[in-house]
Design a protein around this ligand. Structure first.
Ligand SMILES: NC(=O)c1ccc[n+]([C@@H]2O[C@H](COP(=O)([O-])OP(=O)(O)OC[C@H]3O[C@@H](n4cnc5c(N)ncnc54)[C@H](O)[C@@H]3O)[C@@H](O)[C@H]2O)c1
Ligand SMILES: [Zn+2]
Ligand SMILES: [Zn+2]
Length: 376
């Protein structure tokens, strides 16, 4: 069939909106009509050329929501008309990693997904001239229609608005999941969140949901303060305004009761900056503080700290897709949104048409948007 897509033809170039051919789903695959897609930093990372694994030409996008239009042979868990959220981290429930129960990093289709093709090694997308176009993160939500493996689709309730719950396909789940699945924050905790963008705000609302007492937000942009407060931040720190080192300032701020050491029970990096990651680890409490890396650092960047920081009981953790098992957890997060336990609407600052998708990237570069969503 023909569908309309924003194609990344080469690194560093704006997306080109064009008609493309899409082959129907093969065995174990599902065709989805996207209704909405968010534009995430990871799309920008790949489009810019900074991602060493980025492949072109490709159809980017990994934060979508839509409706099943056709299922391939052998597909049992989904049928035409089902509402779904694409998963860049699938959940096959059969591979060694899924069966371990210890991780959300399903490995069943990892190799082909990284190469921009379906599990059988081929792409379903071609140009109208017949040249292949690659898939991206197994999703390609910047196309009005896409084909995905059944194991990479979460079935969600029918009454959830596509233009909001698409954000659960990456940002919301990553931030909230980092708190609930990775850090396992308990009620009454203290926490510091570095970076109050689309991910950091969701860490903050995850902390509020988990019942944290003190939620310190750290950002070099004071314009982020008001929105972070709306989502539950209790204290704001602008590193540019702190005299002296940031870490002692933060540990001092977290001292309570008869604690003379200070440091937060949980800290989170949502900046992708390796110096910030170090500050996050070192501002976690001696003896038990856990620090979670969410941000994706530039290619080749490395983290550093003195080993004594870990010897004295701090733990350094990381999380992908918030540790969420997509088919199991994403429908629950959609319910939390529909039940008013979490908020999404204020974070969707811009809504665009596919033809204007490049404006979404401009808004991101200018720091003007939290999330831009394309509505088909
Ligand atoms: N682990 C995952 O599964 C996953 C998923 C999605 C995104 N990410 C990553 O999370 C990171 C954050 O994404 P986002 O969409 O929230 O980005 P964003 O640009 O919206 O937010 C980043 C925030 O960090 C602030 N910041 C930058 N440098 C800082 C510094 N030195 N100190 C304090 N604050 C600073 C910025 O002002 C901004 O508010 C990115 O690296 C992204 O690639 C990871
Ligand atoms: Zn993303
Ligand atoms: Zn698996």
């Amino acid at each position: 069939m023909r569908t309309r897509a924003a194609v990344a033809t080469a690194a560093g170039k704006p997306l080109e909106i064009m008609d493309v051919n899409l082959d129907g789903p093969k065995a174990g695959e599902v065709m989805v009509e996207l209704k909405a897609t968010g534009i995430c930093h990871t799309d920008e990372f790949t489009l810019s050329g900074a991602d060493p694994e980025g492949l072109f030409p490709a159809i980017l996008g990994h934060e979508g929501a839509g409706v099943v239009v056709e299922v391939g042979e052998g597909v049992k868990s989904l049928k035409k008309g089902d509402h779904v959220i694409p998963l860049y981290t699938p959940e096959c429930r059969e591979c060694y990693s899924c069966q371990s129960g210890k991780t959300n990093l399903c490995t069943s289709i990892r190799a082909t997904q990284g190469q921009g093709v379906m599990p059988d090694g081929t792409s379903r997308f071609t140009t109208t001239d017949g040249d292949p176009i690659l898939h991206y993160m197994g999703c390609s939500t910047f196309s009005n229609h896409t084909v995905m493996p059944e194991i990479a689709l979460a079935k969600i309730r029918d009454d959830a608005p596509f233009d909001k719950v698409c954000y659960i396909g990456c940002g919301v789940t990553t931030g909230i999941g980092a708190v609930i699945n990775t850090a396992k924050v308990e009620i009454g905790s203290t926490a510091i969140v570095f970076g109050l963008g689309g991910i950091g705000l969701n860490v903050i609302q995850g902390l509020r949901l988990a019942g944290a007492d003190m939620i310190i937000g750290v950002d070099v942009n004071p314009g982020k303060k008001a929105m972070a407060e709306h989502f539950g931040m209790t204290h704001f720190v602008n590193p540019k305004e702190v005299e002296g080192d940031l870490v002692p300032y933060l540990t001092n701020l977290t001292k309570r009761r008869n604690d003379h050491i200070g440091g937060a029970d949980y800290t989170f990096d949502a900046t992708g900056n390796v110096q910030v990651m170090r500050a996050a680890l070192e501002s976690a409490h001696r003896g038990w503080g856990k620090s979670v890396i969410i941000g994706v650092a530039p290619a080749g960047a490395e983290i550093a700290t003195r080993p004594f920081q870990l010897v004295t009981g701090r733990q350094w953790l990381g999380t992908a897709f918030g540790g969420a098992k997509g088919r199991t957890d994403v429908p629950k997060i959609v319910d939390w949104y529909m039940d008013g336990k979490i908020e999404i609407d204020p974070m969707i600052t811009h809504t665009l048409k596919l033809d204007d998708i490049n404006e979404g990237f401009d808004l991101m570069h200018a720091g003007k948007s939290i999330r831009s969503v394309v509505v088909y």
